[in-house]
Design a protein around this ligand. Structure first.
Ligand SMILES: [Fe+2]
Ligand SMILES: [Fe+2]
Length: 141
């Protein structure tokens, strides 16, 4: 089971809720693998990828709205993960027939979520916590 410990919380609700949902989907996928239900696993991976992309868009919009100076860098980081998501979708097509694909997919998914998605967001945590706690979360005057 993957869990978000306190040190991995951004402390901004919209983002933490999305991250928790991503963790939930990963846990459903690994559970399906453990329960020998690869069809379920294959079904869930595209959901995970789709939710991840929606999360990236929401996160970028929030950073933009709050004037995060490195928003373009973070946007490029998200874009750079496209290939990894394609690889995971390709692996998902093989999980029904291949136990090796299941193992690889499980490892890839957990690393992707913890290192590439959640840990990289620590870069903007302080900025965003300050910006939103000042009641300054919109650009409206
Ligand atoms: Fe994120
Ligand atoms: Fe991010």
């Amino acid at each position: 089971m993957v869990e978000i410990t306190r040190s991995f919380e951004i402390e901004v609700e919209l983002i933490d809720n999305d991250h928790r949902r991503l963790v939930e989907i990963i846990n459903e996928i690994t559970q399906a693998i453990d329960d020998d239900q690869p069809e379920e696993c294959a079904r869930l991976v595209p959901d995970f990828v789709a939710f991840t992309k929606r999360h990236f868009a929401r996160e970028e919009a929030l950073l933009e709205k709050n004037g995060y100076p490195q928003v373009d860098k973070h946007r490029r980081h998200h874009a750079s993960l496209d290939d990894k998501m394609k690889t995971m979708e390709a692996l998902a097509l093989n999980v029904v027939d291949s136990p090796a694909a299941r193992d690889t997919l499980r490892k890839e998914l957990v690393f992707f979520l913890m290192d590439d998605v959640i840990n990289e967001d620590m870069d903007f945590k302080n900025f965003l916590v300050n910006a939103t706690s000042k009641g300054n979360e919109t650009t409206d005057e």
